[in-house]
Write a protein that binds this ligand. Structure first.
Ligand SMILES: Nc1ncnc2c1ncn2[C@@H]1O[C@H](COP(=O)(O)OP(=O)(O)OP(=O)(O)O)[C@@H](O)[C@H]1O
Ligand SMILES: [Mg+2]
Length: 325
């Protein structure tokens, strides 16, 4: 129901690690999670093959450009949290995942390469916001920071983000051996062997704080998107321990601002029913500016008109499907 994507076009920024930490923390609070592993390294899939993966985490692997939209749509309609670990590439897959996200987390280690990657990712998010015609919450997450001191690059990234008006998670992900060990041992962070893994308690606290911020941002994003005020009771803080009932998409704040357009097919049955293989021709009457916007969207993304309609249907089903059914 909530789609959270980890993206940064710079490789090695900490996307996979942060994605797994979030999944681990949510899973230990009884949430249901699907992880879409779109990282060519398949690290989360390897982790999932080790002993200790709980049943409330399901991993979808071997995701390709052609099927990611369908995977996200299907997972989001069945599961509380969909976590997407993206490749470090600007691709149609990345753009589609971002366009379907409720929150995009942009892990960044500081330094100009990571920061440039983060800036490019933010630009893509802004483009996808226009395509999806809705806001997409996003924030930069500092990773691999020192537990002891705030480094010069951390301070400089913070200053740059504030200047650019980009949200920065106030919890950085500290450099911890536990965050590497989880990929070797398997299982949840909290279940790692304390005798072998140094400073596990602090590692868990860090993952908890990050998760609490993600939950707050999801709520804030939904509040911003909705036309109704969230009920106080349902807007409990992100620090709740049991997430079994956390279904923000079901909150009234997710109600649409605009009614779905009435799509009226032309009466001419010759157009509606003529089939060629799996496709059929559809003749629609629409305002010229709507048609132009539709064609511009298709052209700017390099999609065919039929493909663009499929994406539009996916988004409509996601946002209005329950009400139509
Ligand atoms: N907080 C952390 N503490 C310790 N090691 C970390 C931390 N974050 C990331 N790493 C290590 O940094 C390396 C890169 O991290 P990770 O694979 O998460 O980045 P990525 O952005 O997913 O990379 P890619 O772009 O290749 O998919 C890995 O070796 C990982 O173990
Ligand atoms: Mg990765």
């Amino acid at each position: 129901m909530s789609v959270i994507t980890f993206a940064n076009f710079k490789g090695g920024a900490g996307k996979t690690t942060a994605a797994l930490l979030l999944a681990s923390e949510l899973a230990s609070r009884k949430a249901e999670i699907v992880i879409i592993d779109a990282d060519p390294g398949r690290w989360i899939s390897h982790w999932g093959a080790l002993p200790g993966k709980p049943d409330n985490i399901r991993i979808i692997t071997n995701v390709v450009e052609d099927d990611i939209v369908q995977h996200i749509y299907a997972a989001a309609s069945q599961t509380q949290f969909v976590i997407i670990d993206l490749e470090a590439t600007a691709s149609t897959m990345t753009a589609n995942a971002i366009g379907m996200s409720d929150l995009v987390v942009i892990p960044t280690q500081g330094g100009s390469m990571d920061t440039n990657g983060a800036a490019k990712t933010v630009r893509l998010i802004h483009n996808q916001k226009r395509v999806a015609q809705r806001s997409i919450a996003h924030g930069v997450l500092m990773t691999r920071t020192s537990a002891a001191v705030a480094s010069r690059s951390f301070k400089s990234v913070r200053a740059q983000m504030i200047e650019a008006g980009i949200t920065l998670f106030s919890t950085p992900i500290v450099e911890r051996a536990a965050y590497r060990d989880i990929f070797d041992y398997g299982g949840l962070l909290r279940d790692l062997p304390t005798a072998q893994v140094s400073n596990l308690e602090n590692a868990c606290k860090n993952a908890q704080s990050f998760t609490a911020e993600v939950l707050s941002q999801l709520k804030a994003g939904l509040e911003q998107r909705g036309s109704h005020k969230v009920k106080r009771k349902r807007a409990a803080s992100g620090s709740v321990d049991d997430l079994a009932g956390f279904r923000p998409r079901d909150w009234p704040i997710g109600a649409p601002v605009r009614k779905p357009p009435k799509v009226q097919a032309a009466e001419n049955p010759g157009f509606r029913s003529r089939r060629t293989g799996r496709t059929a021709q559809l003749n629609l009457k629409a305002r010229p500016d709507t048609i132009k916007e539709f064609c511009d969207l298709a052209d700017s993304n390099g999609w065919g008109l039929g493909e663009t309609l499929e994406y539009a249907v996916c988004l409509l089903q996601r946002d209005y499907g329950k009400k139509i059914a």
